[in-house]
Design a protein around this ligand. Structure first.
Ligand code: KG4
Ligand code: ZN
Length: 356
């Protein structure tokens, strides 16, 4: 059956989607096959630009766009070949926002070109929806299986930190968000202050495992407020003040303790708000996703708190938490199943709040 004859909305028919992601500093392509209620990842290719941006201590938008341009064709080719070739595809999904507009445009143009040349339906999806729906991918090492509805999701990445309530894959509402830095940004900025390089999250995670989380006391961000918003810029300032007074500690001489203390402050805050949101919304399922959800301290603390509260926790494997195209493929499946389509006039959106 050709795509033209096939009703993509019919859940009894398998749907195979090529997805392209280029919103920040990863060029990614994946093929996801939705059949019999199971979303299988046929291929999942991620080309990281970390080495290009590392000398600058953060993502340089212009360099990101150029690197996406170089990588997008080989990355897409590899993902399609690994999934069985162009003929297995029923549709093309692409991250249309939010993100760096110049970076997004590369993926959007590539996806449009492929859809047009192959006569395939095209759909633009929200990057944040991709992160939130990542636990629906059938993946080894996923924790907790597929979430039930309603669920509360904590999305913590380098660009975003927010809590959402999901009543259905297409019905998602924001409950609270960061007022300044994202949690991943806090990890990155602290790592920069400590001379640990970019991106900071994985390094702080590794060092924190060797340190005492109670060695340095930092004030809990937004303490005493029972709203669901976040703020992490104060913590970054507190660490800056700490190292201005005492200098940057060396490995084996306090660096691990400082990393463990910073990580604990961030993690405690994220977990406390996640559980508060579950209570307030009466949700028995919780999801953590986004790059920071790869953090071992966060995974452990969320598992413990959810178990104590009787909330089922669902966490994608680390590979599906950091930016990837498989999650965009599943968000594409959801959009296409709901009857959404985009035309060749699809454009990139730098901002695109989820639920709008
Ligand atoms: O989701 P992601 O790959 O990209 C965005 O959409 O932003 O998240 C990247 C962020 C970076 O700030 C990085 O430092 C952080 O996720 N991150 C971590 C860990 N792995 C990545 N933060 C803490 N612990 C980790 N293990
Ligand atoms: Zn992301």
């Amino acid at each position: 059956m050709t795509t033209r004859e096939k009703d993509l909305r019919d859940p009894s028919l398998p749907l195979t989607v090529l997805a392209v992601e280029s919103s920040c500093d990863e060029t990614a392509a994946a093929v996801v096959r939705d059949a019999g209620g199971r979303a299988e990842v046929l291929s999942d290719v991620v080309w990281s630009q970390v080495a290009e941006h590392a000398p600058y201590g953060g993502v340089v938008p212009e360099l990101a766009s150029r690197a996406h341009l170089r990588a997008v064709t080989p990355v897409v080719r590899e993902a399609v070949a690994a999934a069985g070739g162009w003929d297995v595809l029923d549709a093309v999904a692409v991250t249309a926002g939010p993100g760096l507009v110049g970076a997004l445009l590369v993926g959007v143009q590539a996806a449009k070109g492929i859809a047009y040349a192959r006569g395939l339906p095209l759909v633009g999806v929200n990057h944040l929806a991709g992160h939130l729906l990542a636990p629906f991918l059938a993946r080894e090492q996923a924790i907790g299986g597929t979430p039930g509805f309603p669920f509360v999701a904590l999305l913590a990445s380098g660009g975003h930190t927010a809590l959402y309530r999901a009543d259905a894959p297409t019905r998602i509402a924001e409950l609270g968000a960061t007022r300044d830095d994202a949690a991943g940004e806090a990890f990155d900025k602290v790592a920069k202050l400590l001379g640990l390089g970019y991106p900071g999250g994985p390094v702080v995670d590794r060092l924190a495992a060797l340190g005492d989380p109670d060695a340095v006391k930092f004030t809990q961000p937004m303490r005493g407020r029972d709203n669901l918003d976040f703020s992490f810029s104060g913590l970054k300032t507190a660490v800056a003040v700490h190292v201005a007074k005492r200098g940057v500690p060396k490995a084996g001489e306090g660096l691990e303790d400082l990393c463990a203390s910073v990580q604990k402050t961030i993690v405690d805050n994220l977990v406390r708000k996640l559980l508060a949101a579950c209570r307030r919304e009466g949700a028995a399922h919780a999801v953590i996703s986004g790059g920071v959800a790869a953090n071992r301290g966060l995974r452990a603390a969320a598992a413990k708190a959810c178990a104590e509260a009787g909330v089922a926790l669902h966490v994608p494997p680390a590979r599906s938490c950091t930016d990837n195209a498989a999650m965009i493929g599943y968000a594409g499946v959801v959009a296409l199943r709901a009857g959404r389509r985009d035309g060749i006039d699809l454009n990139a959106r730098a901002t695109w709040p989820l639920g709008s």
